[in-house]
Design a protein around this ligand. Sequence first.
Ligand SMILES: [Zn+2]
Length: 212
Amino acid sequence: MSRIDKSEVACPKCQQKVEVMVYHSINVKLDPTLKEKLITREVFRNVCKCGEELNLMYDLMYHDMGNLRIIWLSHDEKNTPGILSLTGMWLASGYTLRVARNFNEMLEKIKIFDEGLNDAAIEFIKNLMYGEFAKSGEREIDIFFDGIHNGEFSFVIINEKGARQAQYGKKVYDANINLFENEYKDYAAKSNLFVNQQTLHAYFTKKLEEMK
Ligand SMILES: [Zn+2]
């Protein structure tokens, strides 16, 4: 089941109270339409009687019961212990668990897993992309996996000017996936909640030190 509450928020424009739905958890097997509404951010969108659009953002749990995956959208590090206390039960049931720190990260994880890809190997590809963009002087960017188009990986590149698409990395992924499924499989483990650029750097820094 999905867990949904009603709540009230004040409209920032007219100060009227607006009744909103708050989705604490979304079970995408039982509620596939809610998955679509999550991906399009519709679950966060509410309209006041005055016409003002309210876009809320809050923590929630994405629960893919069919594929045994849970992604927690958890904006605040302070909530990590609460999530950690829940992991044992899910891991025992064979779940893959991840935590996303913002909505784009959550969306990215959903898309990676829906394509049957290894998110650690995708972070490795993104790391190469960040390197290439940095070389051409673009540093203040975010990169998110966006799917597979015409047989190539598609990424969204976000900078202060906006978002654009880039195709990249399928061949590099295919050439390296064995490493992530074998040698680096502890990093790609079901229990590794945080698979992102920060933890990728930390993991490979440690690996390099071990090799010394
Ligand atoms: Zn209003």
